[in-house]
Write a protein that binds this ligand. Structure first.
Ligand SMILES: [Zn+2]
Length: 416
């Protein structure tokens, strides 16, 4: 509903500058409403909290939330039906609600269902981060995406249009679209755009942009720098997940990421991984969900917004690299080390355990000694005893949804 979305947009635009006490009051109120709803209407939480002896009436503030048990993706998949709110199932046509499925790279896809009110609210929150990044609804976005577009009525009035770049295309084909249909406004997966930027810098191709927004893939400082050099503007990065929509975004300072604290509670667990509670969705409430991304904490942004901040997303918990010496490196550490190599088009580094790595690389034509350059760059970041096996390959595959894994841990080593 457009009117409700606009009403929410006005409210959330204000929230980013709210006094700290007011923001906390709002969050506490949203949390209490959600918990009462979940206990009354969602069998899964009702039973879980009873089993754990949790008295919901004693949870009055966001700070009290740690008294509730953490849930995992497995819990959601196994208890899916009983996680849906019974009252919403009675009063809503579930088949007409917004459905977003996770990619299912780690097993079965998870189908998230959002009620209409939550969907409008989350879209307004989403638009806030885009608008801070300079998005203008009347300027078409060059948009890399995995699904075909469904045209909306307002597109005919020149509102929120998109130049679609299908994720099935190669980087070379994508670059042609970016050149021929440049609108100055780019919304792209961060890692894929890095490879395109590498190509632009290597061959002196210029595409002037007003605004570049990256999302959906981990991006490091060096990757961001290459994109900034290619497009002439520093990108705004955003962190989001299918389960909650967007979680955090960079403001005009691009120092840190502001958390969408009026739609989610982000806690950082013991290993620095995020545990998320979605405050808006009453249809399928997600309360203390172990998201599993490793987050670097921040001291705050100088822009003056009161929304809390995080410094960076460093990769998945299961992709942390533990060397023989016990030293730990994040996927971001590895990607950052090799991203500045000018001859490097695409890469994928896999940790095999025991301080051994395999690096598959796609260099540009005419590149000399790329193997040495990659090995040297990685060794300068890692322990001296790291063994790195670099192979030149023709292509690094993308997922069906157009994502590429840049750094990962061989899953077999965890089970040995
Ligand atoms: Zn800021």
């Amino acid at each position: 509903m457009l009117a409700r979305k606009l009403y929410y947009l006005k409210r959330v635009m204000k929230n980013q500058w709210a006094k700290k006490g007011d923001l906390e009051k709002l969050r506490n109120k949203m949390l209490r409403g959600l918990l009462m709803h979940a206990e009354r209407n969602v069998p899964f939480y009702h039973d879980l909290w009873k089993k754990n002896d949790v008295d919901i009436s004693k949870i009055k503030t966001v700070g009290d939330i740690s008294k509730l048990p953490v849930i995992t993706r497995k819990d959601v998949l196994e208890n899916y039906k009983s996680m849906m709110a019974a009252n919403y199932q009675r009063t809503h046509d579930v088949s007409k609600l917004t459905l977003r499925a996770t990619s299912g790279t780690s097993g079965n896809p998870l189908e998230m269902i959002f009620d209409e009110r939550a969907n409008d609210y989350l879209e307004a929150v989403y638009l806030r981060g885009l608008m801070v990044a300079g998005y203008k609804p009347w300027k078409p976005l060059v948009y890399y995406w995995w699904k075909d577009f469904e045209k909306r009525a307002y597109n005919d009035f020149g509102f929120m249009n998109k130049v679609y770049v299908p994720c099935s295309l190669s980087e070379d084909e994508q670059l042609k679209i970016l050149q021929s249909k440049n609108t100055g406004y780019v919304y792209y997966y961060g890692g894929i755009l890095y490879s395109i930027a590498q190509k632009m810098l290597r061959f002196g191709i210029r595409i002037d942009a007003e605004t570049v927004i990256t999302h959906a893939e981990m991006i490091t400082n060096q990757m961001r720098k290459r994109i900034a050099d290619a497009f002439g503007v520093e990108p705004f990065d955003q962190y989001g997940t299918t389960e909650f929509n967007r979680l955090a975004w960079q403001c005009e300072k691009r120092e840190d990421y502001h958390v969408d604290a009026d739609s989610v509670i982000m806690e950082l667990g013991g290993e620095g991984t995020d545990v998320i509670t979605g405050l808006a969705n009453y249809m399928l409430p997600m309360i203390r969900y172990d998201m599993g991304d490793v987050i670097e904490t921040s001291d705050g942004c100088s822009c003056g917004r009161t929304l809390p901040t995080i410094k960076a997303v460093k990769g998945r918990k299961e992709d942390m690299i533990i060397m023989k010496s016990g030293k730990v490196f994040t996927p971001a550490d590895i990607a950052d080390a090799i991203a500045p190599i000018p001859d490097l088009f695409k890469f994928s580094v896999i940790y095999l355990g025991n301080s051994k790595f395999r690096a598959d690389v796609v260099p540009f034509k005419g590149a000399k000694n790329i193997e040495d350059a990659v090995e040297r760059a990685l060794k300068s970041r890692l322990d001296e005893d790291a063994k790195i096996d670099v192979s030149v390959v023709d292509e690094i595959p993308k997922s069906k949804r157009g994502k590429r894994t840049f750094v990962s841990v061989d899953k077999d080593i965890n089970t040995v």
